[in-house]
Design a protein around this ligand. Structure first.
Ligand code: AHR
Length: 497
């Protein structure tokens, strides 16, 4: 089989906002306790954070981490998580039916984020709380001093404001499972008033309004239109959430599910622009895909979990090779939409549906999905080039025209590099793949790697190095063309200078 990608140096979709490579830590399962934080661990630093986990987060080069939830935030009192640890209350977390000790709270997490070299995307509780708690948290976090909340922050050890720039106005407020779920009108009004107050406290922040919990929600579309109609003038982004799985054991259909992500994004963009046109606004609302990933492997185990434990192993999906291929396709889809998707958060980062797993008192290891995320996050920086792709297609259960090759190229001017990412979805056939790079003088291949040749169900659970990147020496440069072979079922990254 053959496939071609043609790009032109000047034909750009958009510069990538680095926040496209965000992730997410929720007070859920072992994400925090025995994930990022394990004071007794041999790599723990003086603050109790596992250095081995920080090192892996650094490898992923994550610029933004959403916190503290997720469903958790909708029942969370942020004030429980500040002040002397011994005075902090232990609470029931109704979202996950666990017990939260608040041993890691706001200051500890801000400290971890600094050590992990990442910014925080803070969510406020619009489930059980509202305007007052949100504006107080913002004053506590970002106001320099001389007021009740900002001085309390100083008393609690942080002389300088945290300076949190990106804020989420609640979480999945359309979901019946959400504590304090709301109708679109109820949420739209509350989000508007909360946003208004928050921007009065600090007008340099950016606010993310909750969109639907997935495109499958019965209120999808109407929800987006209504909440935006209320809050348009006060917010900057609308959120999207979606998880995928191969419950049906249908590989061809599973690998095509990035098409669903693309359709979801395009649909939400259309709604944002419809509200803009209707309101005659000159402001454009961009998107924050602030929860995306594969999530289904752990569902059964989670259903059987005993309630009211501290940090039980919840949502510990063990990913396999086919998941890594889908995550590659999803990353390429986010890049293709980089003109409107400015923020995205891989949900989540450690232990909970995560690329990084930890063993209590033991190693931290990389799931197969770690690799495509790491490569796109590190090398997919700069200008996304508009792709013109020719690839044979196939039909699957839910999709009529699935290209065998999913691909994109990114030009990083600073590094003087073009990077091509490509997935071959074919089970049987390798693809002779030609990328024509118009306007570039190509000198050498800096690095060419692949994930290929693995059983689709192989995981890294037993052998933590079972699935890992391998060099692919097959690619070569011919004039302004890059030519080589994409193996069947493969994830490929080729960096050219
Ligand atoms: O990421 C896991 C959960 O998925 C989040 O808490 C929630 O927002 C979503 O339903």
């Amino acid at each position: 089989m053959k496939a071609d990608l043609v790009v032109n140096r000047e034909n750009i979709i958009s510069e990538v906002d680095p926040r496209l490579y965000g992730s997410f830590i929720e007070h859920l399962g072992r994400a925090v306790y025995s994930g990022i934080y394990e004071p007794g661990h041999e790599t723990a630093n003086e603050d109790g954070f596992r250095q081995d986990v920080i090192d892996l987060v650094n490898e992923l080069n994550v610029p933004l981490v959403r916190y503290p939830g997720g469903n958790f935030v909708s029942g969370f009192n942020w004030e429980d998580s500040i002040g002397p640890k011994e005075d902090r209350p232990t609470r029931l977390d109704l979202a996950w039916r666990t017990v939260e000790t608040n041993e890691v709270g706001l200051h500890e997490f801000m400290n971890w984020a600094q050590q992990a070299d990442t910014e925080v995307n803070m969510a406020v509780n619009l489930g059980t709380r509202g305007v007052d708690a949100a504006r107080n948290l913002l004053e506590y976090s970002n106001h320099p001093g001389g007021t009740y909340w900002s001085d309390l922050r100083k008393e609690n050890g942080a002389e300088e404001p945290f300076g949190i720039k990106t804020w989420c106005l609640g979480n999945e407020m359309d979901g019946p499972w959400q504590i304090g779920a709301k109708t679109a009108d109820e949420y739209g009004r509350l989000a508007t008033e909360t946003a208004k107050a928050m921007k009065l406290v600090d007008d340099s922040i950016e606010l993310v309004l909750c969109g639907s919990s997935s495109s499958k929600m019965p209120t999808f579309g109407e929800w987006e239109y209504t909440v935006l109609d209320h809050a348009y003038d006060y917010v900057d982004y609308l959120s999207l959430h979606m998880y995928w799985g191969n419950q049906e054991e249908d590989l061809e259909n599973y690998l095509a599910k990035s098409i669903e992500m693309d359709e979801f994004i395009k649909g939400v963009v259309a709604i944002c622009d419809a509200v803009k046109a209707k309101n005659g606004s000159d402001k454009t609302i961009n998107l924050s895909f602030d929860e995306w990933n594969v999530w289904y492997h752990s569902n059964k185990a989670d259903d059987e979990m005993e309630p009211w434990q501290i940090a039980p192993p919840l949502l510990e999906d063990i990913y396999n090779f086919e998941d890594a291929l889908l995550v590659g396709c999803l990353l390429i889809t986010l890049l293709k939409n980089a003109d409107r998707v400015k923020i995205a958060c891989l949900a989540q980062l450690v232990n909970v549906i995560a690329p990084i797993m930890t063993i209590e008192n033991g190693e931290a290891w990389k799931q197969p999905i770690f690799y495509p995320f790491m490569q796109v996050s590190n090398y997919g920086r700069g200008n996304v080039l508009t792709p013109s792709v020719e690839s044979e297609t196939y039909a699957s259960k839910d999709f009529s025209e699935v290209p065998y090759v999913e691909t994109i190229a990114v030009h990083n001017e600073e590094a003087d590099e073009v990077v091509v990412f490509a997935v071959n979805r074919s089970k049987e056939e390798s693809v002779n793949f030609t990328t024509t790079l118009n306007g570039f003088t190509l000198e050498s291949i800096v690095e060419s790697t692949e994930l290929a040749g693995y059983d689709i169900k192989l995981t890294n659970e037993q052998d933590h190095d079972g699935i890992k990147l391998a060099d692919n020496n097959d690619f070569e440069i011919n004039g302004n063309e890059l030519v080589g072979e994409l193996k069947p079922l493969s994830w490929n990254t080729i960096r050219i200078s």
